[in-house]
Design a protein around this ligand. Structure first.
Ligand code: GLV
Ligand code: MN
Ligand code: MN
Ligand code: MN
Length: 398
């Protein structure tokens, strides 16, 4: 048994949400490398030190709290979406902190903690853990830009004074990540715990149509080369073309659009947008990519638009480790008998990257209303504590 303290865990969870508090509900605005994110990471490093862990920032801002040369690793991320909830990522980090702290106090098994940087993909997809895993080089990461044009290299320079060496993955026997479900299934079935068996794959790419910027009053419709109309036509066509290929579990999103110059009386000369798609089958993701590229080229051709594709970032679907899953399942049955299930994750997590380095598992607690990536994201306190207890019991079984 690792004697975790729910009150201390909840207090830390609420303390973390003060960094970048949005003032709307419990929401946070704490994107990677924002002032709020950096301050939160410094605070976390302090809490780790107080718990007897050795805090260490690596060159990309991942923050580890180390419990010796070889240990189990727990954690998640403490950066948020531009409009984020208080639990996405934070729950896994603070659960990890409490389990590590309690284990240390009780002389239990060594547990280290991590908060990965830019899980939310301000610079693409799970940047901190993707570089740590070695899938993306630091040089290539540094060249990535966010939607405002800030490079990852310039952003991470903001924490250069804190950055230490890389932490070797060899130090860890396995990784456990607690997270909110961010979807509706646990709440709808009245269950408390999800033991994750797989995480979907993701692809993310920036697409640009360029047309002719012109006067919105004097340019006849048939003479326009309107970049936004290209985007609108592309959006309608891909939905048609995906039919027959996608399943109910496939999703795609255009979540960011920038029109230039973005004015009511100007035919847009440029449309830059994000295209993201997710599925549990890597082959299907690849076939979707072909449709996306071909359809964009066809639209550009029909409308006399220029077209360019940014770098395609992504992670393939992965399965979770069977032994670690079973430890969580056993613990879930003890804490919430009959009120848990095994389930795949439709959200992406750092656990995907870590599954290429060590045995990995994930645990979910319910999200109220299935809402996440929104200020109103929340989870019942009893479910947060149940999750903490499951994690502590599972860690003790390993
Ligand atoms: C990351 O939070 C994602 O799944 O979008
Ligand atoms: Mn998350
Ligand atoms: Mn998220
Ligand atoms: Mn995520």
């Amino acid at each position: 048994m690792i004697p975790v303290q729910p009150d201390r865990f909840l207090a830390d969870l609420h303390a973390l949400r003060q960094f970048g508090a949005s003032g709307i509900g419990k929401g946070v605005i704490r994107p990677a490398y924002s002032d709020a994110d950096i301050e939160a990471r410094k605070w976390l490093a302090g809490r780790m030190a107080e718990a007897g862990l050795k805090p260490r920032f690596d060159p990309v801002g991942n923050l580890f709290g180390l419990a010796g040369d070889r240990s189990l690793l727990m954690g998640s991320h403490s950066d948020s979406q531009p409009e984020g909830g208080w639990l996405d990522g934070a729950l896994g980090v603070i659960c990890g902190l409490e389990v590590a702290r309690a284990a240390k106090e009780a002389g239990g098994p060594p547990v280290s903690v991590v908060s990965f940087q830019d899980e939310e993909g301000r610079w693409g997809v799970t940047t901190g853990s993707t570089v740590w895993r070695g899938k993306l080089s630091l040089e290539d990461a540094d060249r990535l830009t966010d939607h405002g044009g800030l490079s990852f290299g310039d952003a991470r320079a903001r924490m250069a004074d804190l950055a230490g060496d890389w932490v070797s993955p060899e130090m860890f026997t396995g990784f456990m990540e607690a997270h909110i479900e961010q979807g509706p299934w646990l709440e709808q079935s009245g269950e408390t715990i999800g033991v994750v068996n797989a995480i979907v794959g993701i692809r993310d790419m920036r697409i640009t149509f360029t047309g002719q910027q012109n006067h919105a009053g004097t340019t006849p419709m048939h003479l326009r080369r309107d970049a936004f109309q290209g985007l609108a036509a592309f959006n309608a066509k891909i939905a048609e073309r995906f039919k027959g290929l996608v399943t109910d579990a496939t999703v795609w999103t255009i979540g960011h659009v920038a029109l230039t110059p973005s004015a009511s009386s100007i035919v847009p000369g440029k449309a830059v947008f994000s295209m993201q798609w997710r599925d549990g089958d890597a082959a299907r993701l690849d076939r979707m990519e072909r449709i996306i590229r071909d359809t964009a080229a066809e639209v550009a051709d029909e409308r006399g638009l220029g077209l360019s594709f940014g770098e395609m970032l992504g992670l393939d679907p992965v399965d979770m480790d069977a032994r670690l899953q079973d430890a969580l399942a056993e613990a879930a049955e003890e804490v919430a008998p009959g009120k848990w299930r095994r389930m795949p994750s439709g959200a992406l997590h750092d656990a995907t990257n870590l599954s290429h380095l060590m045995p990995v598992s994930m645990m979910f607690v319910p999200s109220i209303g299935g809402i996440s990536h929104d200020f109103t994201e929340d989870t019942d306190e009893a479910d947060l504590v149940a999750g903490l207890n499951v994690l502590a019991r599972a860690a003790a079984k390993l």
